[in-house]
Design a protein around this ligand. Sequence first.
Ligand SMILES: [Zn+2]
Length: 392
Amino acid sequence: MFVATKAKPLATTITGSLPRPQWFTENLHGRPFLTAFNGDAVYREQYNDAVAALISDQTRAGLDIVTDGEMRFDRDIGGRSWFGYAFDRMEGLSRQDHSSHGTGSRHRGFAERAGTAGDILSEFVSTLQPPKVVGPIGAGALQYDAVWRAAQRLSTRPVKMGSCCGQMLDRQSLGGFYRDRRDQVLAFSKALNEEYHRLADAGCAVIQIEEPCLHNTGGVEGEVPFPVYIGAFNAEVAGLRAKTEVWCHTCWGNPFAQRLAQQPSYKPALSHLAQLDVDVVTVEATEDNGAEIADVAAALNRDTKICIGVLNHRSLQIELPDDIAALIRKALKSVTPERLLLSSDCGFGRQGMSRTHAFYKMIAMVRGANIVRRELGLPEAEIPANDGRFLT
Ligand SMILES: [Zn+2]
């Protein structure tokens, strides 16, 4: 159900991750979050201050929904922790051996590019170190509710909590315990569903499930059929919409801020995305200048909101507010303002850019949104960072 974006046309947010402050040098190194946060004074202080600083950046930029910048993730390589935070903490998975050669799921998900030494994705997959499933999969020490509480108490704005979805974790894991990969996919999803319910019960106003394996294969079905993925996704979110707002994030890739598909299109996946039990679906929209927004909007249930990326996480060029306003106007030709939300295409924190770039991109987004809000007679967001009185 709509909570965070209820009665908030053109609400703004980011996907989730932000570049770490350079002074945030501590890492979890596999520890449960609470073990470090409640037991390690240096980690606690750095983590707390980092989340506070990033929420401050988003508040100064005028975002309606903020995130913790995914500061639970270690300062790792190319964004490994998007998978690795779960791999290191869920039950039923072998601990990863970082001393061995990272063959793992080299041919799963990243295909031949990961096996080409001169390709940047080979570096990402070499450090990913996927685990083997050796027992019943459980949520283990994910502790999403504690992570969310630590951020939400720093802000009066809703803090969105995102997570790599179960089917993407399955895709990068090695089988061995379950009868087949279908059972393994569902086991990941059910474990995460229990974790999301703890998060929703804690009061999280928006939960974002990231990257179902539906849109990133160009419509080509692999070992796991699309209906199984759709069923697993809906098992992962089962019961959540009665408690909170549920988003599904889709994008075209982010390890080292790379796009994985050369000519991506949502069109082969539209009928699949339409079957997801969610309140909001996010889509990338900057690199094709919103060419598929109308198709996505037409395919989704009328009650499902569409969140478009208006900031490119792969480019250091800061978007201009006028250009963002033009993209929003284009979307409004096929989506009502009440049904349209604004974000980045994906997260900014995958070794792609500096904190400064991310900050000014967020400001540009809200400045662009305010241009359109003004035209529509909607209330504009306050952007403290855009107040000329404080120029020095
Ligand atoms: Zn993404």
